[in-house]
Design a protein around this ligand. Structure first.
Ligand SMILES: [Mg+2]
Length: 367
């Protein structure tokens, strides 16, 4: 075993990969046909850790120029110390956005590295509170035909996943019909909808009542997640049994605190590839505990499986079609749900994933 004092971080390499989607994808407010992943590989002792974020390629340049010089040479055991140094260094560049995604990629790699140095799965290093985290299937893009929508959602249900989420908001006049189609396809499974902030307050309220007829139990970003009063309106005036959720664009702790103080959500979302890594995610979990609000992780399932089994307020993990596909292509050890839950592989140290260089290189782009 390598002792802590023997583990200075030696190298830090950055990769950028752009992977085309398998079909055009869109939600209520965005359309895309490719997704970019920025990876960080760092080494200490005999171990090599990998982490990543879903972000613009500009994130890679920021990591190389600004963060790498701070982290290389530090003790790999001191993940929090590295995190503090990175957060301090980007003060004048702005904490939300690219900077926090850059820190996230490095922080996630450092947690993986520390787990490997100690030969511990990350969930054991963080402290395990559950053996597996329930997932919900997430896709149902507004670019899908009704047939594609039904096939994807019912496929997840058939595989044992008891809750699924579809996008709404691009054509509000069609959303109730689409939700009805989804309900027929999934029978008694739980149905979630995500408007990505596409609706106005009163339209969202009216649609919440219509979605309730289709037994929708989760209404994500019915209005802009910056409209905390609007979210609060939906939370207090919307139908019983329908949780209002938001938080995926949160980059720092004050953002999440404001959302919780405004009583804007029934469930908070956070993304460890945006909120400055697993270090930031675990702090958001502490905030949720203080406010007695459940936490759901956003996207990037291979990053979230371990922290979600170590954070008490976590309710579920988003099994997002686009990222599931990418992580299967790029990583050995990417997990698959069993009985609707994701169980970290305790036989593998760290995050339990390895970048498949040959496969990844087909998608590599210049940083
Ligand atoms: Mg969302």
């Amino acid at each position: 075993m390598v002792r802590a004092a023997d583990a200075p971080i030696r190298e830090l390499d950055v990769g950028v990969y752009t992977i085309p989607t398998d079909a055009p994808e869109s939600d209520g407010t965005l359309e895309w046909n490719a997704t970019t992943l920025v990876t960080v590989c760092c080494s200490a002792g005999n171990a090599r850790g990998v982490g990543y974020t879903y972000a613009d390629s500009a994130t890679a340049r920021l990591i190389v120029d600004k963060l790498k010089p701070l982290v290389v040479g530090r003790d790999a055991m001191d993940v929090a110390g590295c995190w503090d140094a990175m957060v301090h260094a980007i003060r004048n560049l702005g904490r939300p956005g690219v900077c926090s995604m850059a820190i996230a990629a490095v922080d996630n790699a450092l947690w993986d590295l520390k787990g490997r140095l100690l030969d511990l799965p990350l969930v054991k290093l963080l402290g395990q509170v559950r053996s597996a985290v329930p997932v919900y299937g997430s896709g149902g893009f507004t670019s899908y035909s009704d047939g594609q929508l039904s096939e994807q959602l019912s496929g997840w249900v058939a595989s044992g996943i008891g809750r699924v989420k579809m996008k709404v908001g691009r054509e509000p006049q069609r959303d109730v019909v689409r939700a009805t189609t989804a309900r027929k396809a999934i029978r008694d499974a739980e149905l979630f909808v995500d408007a990505n902030g596409a609706y106005t307050r009163k339209l969202a309220l009216a649609l919440a009542r219509a979605f309730a007829d289709q037994r929708v139990t989760w209404f994500e970003e019915p209005v802009s997640s910056d409209d905390l009063q609007g979210l609060h309106l939906l939370r207090t005036r919307g139908p019983g049994g329908m949780d209002i959720s938001a938080g995926e664009y949160g980059y720092d702790l004050p953002y999440f605190r404001r959302m919780l103080e405004a009583q804007a959500v029934d469930a908070l979302q956070a993304d460890a590839t945006r909120c400055a890594g697993i270090t930031g995610f675990m702090r958001v979990a502490g905030l949720c505990e203080a406010f007695a609000i459940p936490l759901s992780s956003h996207c990037a399932p291979s990053i979230h499986a371990h922290p979600c089994c170590a954070a008490t307020p976590v309710r579920h993990l988003e099994w997002f079609h686009d990222h599931v596909r990418i992580e299967r292509i790029l990583f050995d050890g990417a997990l698959a749900p069993a009985a609707g839950a994701l169980q970290p592989d305790l036989s593998r140290p760290g995050l339990g994933i390895e970048l498949r260089a040959a496969d990844a290189n087909r998608y590599a782009v210049a940083a």
